[in-house]
Design a binder for this molecule. Sequence first.
Ligand SMILES: [Zn+2]
Length: 281
Amino acid sequence: MTQKISVCLSFDFDAISIWVGPKGTRSPNLISRGEFGARVGAERMLNLLNDEDVPSTWFIPGHTIDTFPEICREIAGAGHEVGYHGYCHEGPSSKRPFEEEQGILLRAIECIDRISGKAPVGHRLPGGNLGERWTNLLMEHGIRYDSSMAPNDFAPVYHRLGDVPRTDGPFEFGKEVDLVILPFDWNMDDAPYFSYEPGSGRPGLRAPADVLQIWKDEFDYLYNRIGEGVYVLTMHPQTTGKGSRMLMLERLIAYIKEHDNVEFKTLAAVADEFRAANPLK
Ligand SMILES: [Zn+2]
């Protein structure tokens, strides 16, 4: 088997936005976790990526860009892709008036443009769903791919609109639209494994060696059983920026690099390749 594997390291750089936004907390304790992500975790991550010479994709809320502009400029300046992740980590909501919904998107796009010199082409939901109104808004404003779900864990597909979730007969699939879906899976996200929140019932604090093994096994399955596809990891600087998890990530990158026919890429590059090889009918 001759393999052809793309590896995408992606980072949701929520920083403080997730705590003061959707979680609605004003706890200095919790806010300090976001601050750690921006002042310490992101810098560690960026140094590792630069030392390893691997491109990556960062989904950065406008709030993080406005609060911590220097590190965001460094990320973009080092050639990493910057994608959309809300202004203050808002998911789309059909309950919000259209103007307000569009305003969030435009404000966040403007922030990304300001630090990177270009509008984003990538999108990851900070919450909520990829509904019809939001999907259309994304496509109208230059978003070319989303990475928030995984109908296929190792391959891109086109998003669909017009699905009919019938219960009195088979599910009806809608029509493909010009938005590529790149895999996002909780199994491949650091937060459920590591992020401990007192009182939330989420245990977190899993041993990094366990997660390293799971992520290696996912890679091995793709490499040895399928042979071709995209391997997408999602991490948060405030979560994986801790020492033991940074070592885990170093080990994972080293392991992946031992394999032939594997290339680290941005999600945007993978979406473009998919689109070129599979034009939308
Ligand atoms: Zn997020």
